[in-house]
Ligand binder design. Structure first.
Ligand SMILES: [Cu+2]
Length: 85
């Protein structure tokens, strides 16, 4: 199932395709929380595919990552647990 990654204020949009690694780089000019949404009609829950992109300071980012690590969240997802389509 294809999704569309669109953080509205970032003036960019990218297809999100299973098995394809996407990368993008932005240089935010202000801190804050920016709304985003899926732009591909991906299924019955498409209208609920909303997200936020948070632009934070490097110190805030490092603190958040440290808090996740303390909870045992490494960011690694075992490939065997990913659903195949
Ligand atoms: Cu969607």
């Amino acid at each position: 199932m294809i999704h569309g990654f669109w953080p509205v204020d970032f003036l960019m949009k990218m297809d999100v395709i299973p098995g394809v690694v996407n990368k993008f780089q932005v240089t935010p000019t202000q801190l804050g929380t920016f709304a985003g949404k899926c732009t591909e009609l991906c299924g019955v829950d498409h209208s609920q595919m909303l997200f936020n992109v948070k632009v934070v300071t490097p110190a805030q980012y490092e603190a958040h990552i440290a808090a996740l690590r303390a909870l045992g969240q490494s960011g690694a997802v075992p490939s065997a647990s990913r659903p195949r389509e």
